[in-house]
Design a protein around this ligand. Structure first.
Ligand code: PHE
Ligand code: NA
Length: 427
């Protein structure tokens, strides 16, 4: 059977941005920027985004298109033991989807509670404590997995592309509406000060650069998996370099705008800024209780998170669904359902067990995840940077400097190795 393709450039870019834009943008980026230099953080972030992130996207998309396959195919064709490395990164995707779907389940529950008005009358902290790590959360996690399965089962064009072409524009509108609401609140400037007041001294600290780099890899979905598979659905006449730039730009625009949504609102009501679950499930719900029209804006906010999250989980599941289709000869429909169930089995214990939840996150995003990007880089180098460069140029709408070759061969893998090691050293 011929490999599926995207069928349109705009559809592919929507899907790539959809994968990139996720919880990483909304609950991690703003807080990290606030802590690591405010507006000054944008300098290291944008430098690593263009020097490393865009390059990483071109590496993975090119590897996928050149080998016409996902990670198992791409690594098996290029690296000794590549097949097993491919299986390893597929397993990492299962783990990421497993914990991500639990968080999305909580989000779905909050969305419903905002619609029904239930969330306005409760203490958000208590509401979260009774939901998180309860058996009830299993149901919400399951529903989010089913939604992901439904989209993936419909295929690359009819499912993934179509869903992203609806969700991405809606996400941008919601984000802008919510950011405007936030910056027009009384005392909004206190939040803007926390977010943006530049602290130049932070630029000199290695930790700031490492945080920028590891945030960026996760945020762009550059882990040797999703972008390889998404690249494998590109045709020779499709453009890679400009799409990589558009993806990096879109992802960063959402992350930066999310800070305008979060901090003015939090500070306007005299609350403390936080990151992660505390921000989304406790602090912001308190903000929505106090804000005029807060129930409405709260519902919009959780809908925004559902769109951001679902377009990412689709890109996670697609990685191993594609592997099952091509390597095990399964039908797309059966592969989606079976692997959705498998993910639920892997994720379900995290629903009631916080330490297993943390373990899943750490293994998949800190200890093994970043190695996926390194393996993909090595695979491309083994394929040959000259050949990869020719592949990259096919269909390209802009010219890519020959410097890309040494950049990919030396600088890029070294930078990944350095962040990988230093995140353990710097803690
Ligand atoms: N980029 C997504 C985010 O920022 C997460 C993700 C990682 C999605 C890896 C797909 C693959 O939340
Ligand atoms: Na992201």
């Amino acid at each position: 059977m011929a490999r599926e393709t995207w069928g349109s450039r705009i559809g592919f870019v929507a899907a790539a941005i959809g994968s990139a834009v996720g919880l990483g943008n909304i609950w991690m980026f703003p807080m990290r920027a606030g802590l690591y230099g405010g507006a000054a953080f944008l300098i290291p972030y944008l430098i690593v985004l263009f020097a490393i992130g865009v390059v990483g996207l071109t590496v993975e998309l090119t590897l996928g298109r050149a080998t016409r396959g996902g990670p198992i195919e791409a690594f098996a064709k290029t690296l000794p033991g590549g097949k097993y490395l491919g299986i390893l990164v597929n397993a990492i995707m299962v783990m990421i989807f497993a914990f991500y779907s639990l968080v999305l389940g909580w989000i779905l529950r909050y969305f419903i509670a905002s619609l029904t008005g239930e969330l306005t009358g409760v203490n958000p902290g208590a509401f979260f404590d009774s939901l998180a790590f309860s058996k009830e959360a299993l149901l919400w996690q399951f529903i989010m997995i089913v939604m992901t399965v439904a989209i993936v089962a419909m295929g690359v064009q009819k499912g993934i592309k179509r869903a992203n072409k609806i969700m991405m524009p809606a996400l941008f509108v919601l984000l802008v509406v919510l950011a405007i609401r936030s910056v027009t609140l009384p005392n909004a400037y206190e939040g803007l000060k926390f977010y943006l007041l530049p602290d130049w001294s932070k630029l000199m600290s290695g930790k700031t650069w490492i945080v920028a780099l590891s945030q960026m890899f996760f945020s762009l979905s550059v882990l040797g998996t999703t972008m390889v598979v998404y690249g494998s659905y590109l045709k020779e006449e499709d453009d890679i370099p400009l799409s990589a730039i558009a993806t990096a730009f879109g992802d960063t625009a959402v992350a930066v705008t999310a800070g305008f949504l979060v901090f003015p609102a939090v500070f306007s009501f005299g609350l403390e800024p936080t990151a992660g679950p505390g921000l989304v499930f406790v602090t912001l719900p308190m903000v929505f209780q106090k804000m005029p029209g807060g129930a409405f804006f709260g519902a919009l906010f959780f809908l925004l998170l559902i769109f951001a999250g679902l377009s990412s989980t689709v890109s996670m599941l697609e990685v191993y669904v594609d592997s099952a289709i091509t390597k095990l000869n399964m039908s797309r429909r059966n592969a989606s359902i079976l692997l959705g169930l498998l993910t639920f089995l892997v994720g379900a214990p995290s629903t009631v067990n916080p330490s297993y939840f943390d373990w899943l996150i750490n293994i998949s995003t800190v200890y093994i995840g970043p190695l996926g990007a390194l393996i993909a880089a090595l695979a491309l180098i083994k394929l040959g940077v000259d050949r990869a460069y020719e592949e990259l140029k096919k269909g390209a709408l802009i010219e890519v400097s020959e410097l890309w070759k040494p950049w990919v061969k030396y600088l890029y893998p070294i930078v990944i190795a350095v962040i990988y090691v230093s995140q353990f050293l710097l803690g």
